[in-house]
Design a protein. Structure first.
Length: 76
């Protein structure tokens, strides 16, 4: 990487999405095996598993697409 080059903000957004998605997905898996005492109305849809998985995948896509190593290869 050239000295003085900046890292894209979208890479950090991808990291944040992937991290939050992993946390939400992990919570959903935990609740799948240890159901809460008081369930919400649409508990059977397991929205936190779907939403967490979607966030994680989107975060990975952003991290791969805007990777600092990939940008450095493109600029040389």
């Amino acid at each position: 990487m050239k000295s003085g080059s900046a890292i894209s903000i979208w890479f950090f957004i991808g990291l944040a999405l992937a991290f939050n998605g992993a946390l939400i997905f992990g919570t959903g898996i935990y609740e799948l095996f240890h159901p809460p005492e008081y369930r919400v109305t649409l508990y059977s849809l397991h929205a936190n598993i779907w939403w967490g998985g979607l966030l994680f995948v989107c975060g990975l896509i952003y991290c791969i697409h805007f990777s600092p190593a990939k940008v450095a290869r493109r600029n040389t």
